[in-house]
Design a protein around this ligand. Structure first.
Ligand code: MTE
Length: 314
């Protein structure tokens, strides 16, 4: 396992004040019609400090992993399949301007600029356990908003049974998409009650700062009681659907990656046990820790699955 310092050059980190004044300038120019020429992409704000409150009610008491661990040991196949590839390659992703298309079984549809989407939303820091399906884990201080706060704005109808999320598809920015390791673009989904659960977070930051590209900037999902692959990165589409979405990993290997993907130490992956996990950063010979049902969030979420056979709906 190799950890390296993330490849965010200091020149790529825009101080928040510069970023905000630049936005004000652009907004002013737009309002007066003064400038018809906008740059193709704004500078990336990754690393800029965020304003947020700490939500200790929803935070675990464990020590978070180091920033270097969270940003250099990644799964983001759009930038290669090695754990250290995203930290080296994801600088080609342009996260501003960024828009999200909302469609499907909801009263409000359309394409929204990220800033408009997040306007008025209070950011929270939550320290969550993160369990990858590959049987390693971390503890991560995310910054984001409850997904329900975002989704309610679109007024889902009673026909909305699921929410479908899609990652950007642009092989120029995401060279891994030139390789057919998955059916691109990456798609994930949740049942609507899972999406509306207060633990489900739409993440924009990490360690109090704007999310680094390799961690899914500018917008990624975190569902702490599910395996990490449900946490789709760099989201450009959110749809409300009546039928269960066809998700990237489930399409690739339906026997290995179920739609639900709830962390479950009693249901092994066909090729390895899920009963225990290796905490990234722990000494090499440290004992593996037992995996907890629903990743330790059973008290809050087990009721969502009452009466369901979790071996069948894995
Ligand atoms: N989202 C996209 N678009 N592409 C990916 O390859 N990998 C998933 C998930 N989201 C992935 C993705 C997997 S398998 C995991 S474990 C987590 O992202 C990893 O998140 P991290 O790199 O922030 O730890």
């Amino acid at each position: 396992m190799r950890f390296r310092v993330p490849r965010i050059a200091p020149s790529e980190i825009t101080p928040q004040e510069v970023y905000l004044s630049r936005r004000a300038l652009l907004a002013g120019a737009l309002a007066t019609g003064a400038s018809a020429v906008l740059p193709a992409a704004e500078p990336s704000p990754q690393g800029a400090p965020l304003n947020f409150t700490v939500n200790s009610q929803y935070s675990v008491k464990e020590t978070p992993n180091k920033f270097e661990e969270i940003t250099t040991y990644n799964n983001f196949y759009e930038f290669g399949t090695d754990k250290d590839s995203p930290s080296h390659e994801a600088h080609t992703l342009r996260t501003r301007p960024w828009s999200v298309n909302v469609y499907g079984e909801a009263e409000v549809h359309g394409t929204f600029d990220l800033e408009d989407l997040l306007k008025g939303q209070a950011l929270e820091e939550r320290i969550y356990r993160f369990r990858c399906v590959e049987a390693w884990s971390m503890v991560v201080p995310w910054v984001g908003i409850p997904l329900s706060n975002l989704l309610q704005r679109f007024k889902p109808t009673s026909r909305a049974k699921y929410v479908e999320f899609t990652t950007l598809y642009d092989p120029r920015q995401m060279p891994g998409q030139r390789v057919p390791v998955l059916t691109w673009p990456y798609v994930e989904g949740l049942r609507i009650d899972e999406a509306m659960h207060p633990l489900t977070l739409m993440v924009v930051g990490l360690y109090g700062r704007v999310l680094p590209n390799q961690d899914g900037a500018p917008l990624r999902l975190i569902v702490p009681w599910k395996y990490g692959f449900k946490g789709i990165k760099s989201i450009v589409k959110i749809g409300f659907t009546a039928v269960q979405p066809r998700t990237a990993w489930n399409v690739a290997a339906p026997d290995e990656y179920g739609f639900y993907a709830n962390v479950n130490p009693q249901v092994d992956h066909p090729r390895w046990s899920q009963a225990s996990e290796r905490r990234i950063g722990a000494p090499f010979l440290a004992a593996r820790r037992p995996t907890l049902p629903f990743n330790g969030y059973a008290d809050q979420v087990a009721s969502l699955y009452q009466g369901m056979d979790l071996r069948r709906y894995f």
